[in-house]
Design a protein around this ligand. Structure first.
Ligand SMILES: C[S@@+](CC[C@H](N)C(=O)[O-])C[C@H]1O[C@@H](n2cnc3c(N)ncnc32)[C@H](O)[C@@H]1O
Length: 222
């Protein structure tokens, strides 16, 4: 039996997570996920091994900076796996989805075709001004780019687009930042860097066993 989760737009049946398919995208799978029907509604299973946002929810995060009306800038959209679930959640909102790889972007474009709340952007998140003509001030910033300078990218984009007291979710991939240092030291450094730049770090969630050496950091801009 699929039930509402405490977070807006998220559903669960036991430990399994789902989102309700956006009406315009009904019947369409994005990454081979299961479609489940209940009371004439369609739900898409949300795989914690394919989406770090699902993994954070499954690990019991207390923060969830998204609701149906949110405007969100998503950096590292890839082929749209997590983006598609956020698109299910932001039914009255907008999701600016930035991806640097032209090949992967083609898949993202396909996903966006039936999801009008996704604005796909082929761009480098290192250069936030490049998408200024399209992206407005956002309630939330989600980043999953696996780059060495991922904290710098997050801060630049936040300075450019995140509203005052906006929420950010940064997926820290320790091994991309520094392979020679233990992940816990990289996590501590990252937290400190964000605090020094005026973010309040509200929560951090280790994403094991779904993802090794990954931390989800939930922050608030000041
Ligand atoms: C780990 S994958 C993201 C997975 C995705 N967030 C999901 O959950 O479905 C990282 C993605 O970030 C993209 N990326 C890396 N550097 C980037 C940059 N500077 N700007 C935009 N995208 C970038 C990569 O091409 C890759 O598709």
């Amino acid at each position: 039996m699929i039930q509402k989760h405490a977070f807006p737009g998220v559903y669960h049946a036991g430990s399994k997570l789902f989102t309700k398919s956006l009406p315009s995208a009904k019947g369409r799978r994005v990454y081979g996920e299961k479609l489940v029907y209940q009371s004439q509604e369609e739900y898409r299973s949300w795989n914690c091994y394919r989406s770090k946002l699902a993994a954070a929810i499954s690990k019991g995060c207390k923060s969830f900076p998204f609701n149906e009306k949110s405007s969100v800038l998503y950096l590292g959209a890839a082929s749209g796996t997590t983006v598609s679930h956020l698109s299910d959640i932001l039914t009255k909102g907008v999701l600016y989805a930035v991806e640097i790889s032209p090949t992967i972007f083609l898949d993202l474009l396909k996903v966006s075709k039936t999801r009008p709340n996704i604005i796909p952007l082929l761009a480098d998140a290192n250069k936030p001004n490049a998408y200024k003509p399209v992206v407005g001030n956002c309630d939330g910033l989600y980043q999953d780019v696996s780059q060495r300078n991922q904290v710098e990218i997050f801060i630049k984009n936040s300075d450019t687009y995140l509203k005052v007291r906006g929420y950010g979710m940064l997926i820290v991939k320790a091994r991309s930042i520094d392979v020679t240092t233990s992940p816990s030291v990289v996590y501590d450094r990252t937290r400190l860097q964000l605090e020094e730049r005026g973010f309040e770090v509200m929560e951090s969630v280790d994403l094991r066993p779904f993802y090794k050496d990954h931390l989800a950091l939930f922050v608030k801009s000041m």
